[in-house]
Write a new protein. Structure first.
Length: 236
């Protein structure tokens, strides 16, 4: 019981420290759904770790109904997590969250649907995740990172980085601006898929030319393919 009371006091103090809109401890205690979701999670996590899987899962659904925040009881969450305006936040079963993390409404720590075992993100200490950001799959976001609003993170992020965009790419690292001069460095999955299709089309075109008795030089094919990929990169 003393430890539980200590955690509650620490959580309330965290909200007062990070949210300038908070006016009093009583207001935080009564009105902050992110705080209520965190307290529900701790009870559910305790049940989950002791084998009460169904009860912990059912209570987590009750908490989602009351707070608008879904935290799987199997997730591992560190101290002083602050969920601000948390409606729509989803934290998956195998997600791991470090200490002093801040996340805003609509954040998803989810899976890609293609993985088994550890299939949700690992978030380091002192990370801020902006409104509507999605971090998907078994990826790691390092310490002291900032994930911009609406970003979609599909790859590991090193410490002290700022990520923006869809898909997410690093724009600041260790306090210095990261300049992307080649659009391919953004690793857009759609561009990669279209480039693969363009390669297959080029191969099929060459086969058709050979069957029809026409001669297509390798140089022309390569130039055509390079032009297609160049157009894809700048249009997506």
């Amino acid at each position: 019981m003393p430890k539980l009371i200590s955690w509650i006091r620490e959580d309330v103090a965290t909200v007062l420290e990070r949210d300038p809109a908070a006016k009093s401890r009583l207001e935080v205690f009564l009105c902050y759904s992110g705080l209520h979701a965190l307290w529900f999670y701790r009870i559910n996590h305790w049940l989950w770790n002791r084998g009460f899987f169904l009860l912990g899962r059912w209570l987590s659904q009750c908490a989602r109904f009351l707070t608008g925040i879904e935290v799987h009881p199997g997730a591992r969450i560190g101290r002083r997590l602050f969920i601000d305006h948390g409606v729509g936040v989803v934290i998956g079963e195998t997600a791991v969250i470090g200490d002093d993390v801040t996340m805003y409404q609509g954040v998803t720590l989810g899976g890609t649907g293609k993985e088994h075992g550890k299939r949700h993100p690992t978030i380091g200490d002192n990370v801020v995740i902006g409104v509507g950001a999605k971090i998907l799959g078994n990826v790691t976001v390092g310490k002291n990172c900032r994930i911009g609003a609406g970003s979609v993170v599909l790859r590991n992020v090193p410490d002290d980085s700022t990520v923006v965009g869809v898909p997410g790419h690093i724009v600041f690292r260790n306090g210095k601006r990261v300049v992307i001069t080649d659009p391919k460095q953004i690793n857009d999955p759609l561009s990669e898929a279209l480039a693969a299709v363009a390669t297959e089309v080029s191969k099929l075109r060459e086969r058709v030319h050979k069957l029809e008795g026409e001669t297509a030089t390798n140089g022309d094919s390569a130039a055509s393919l390079e032009q297609i990929i160049h157009e894809i990169d700048y249009q997506i």
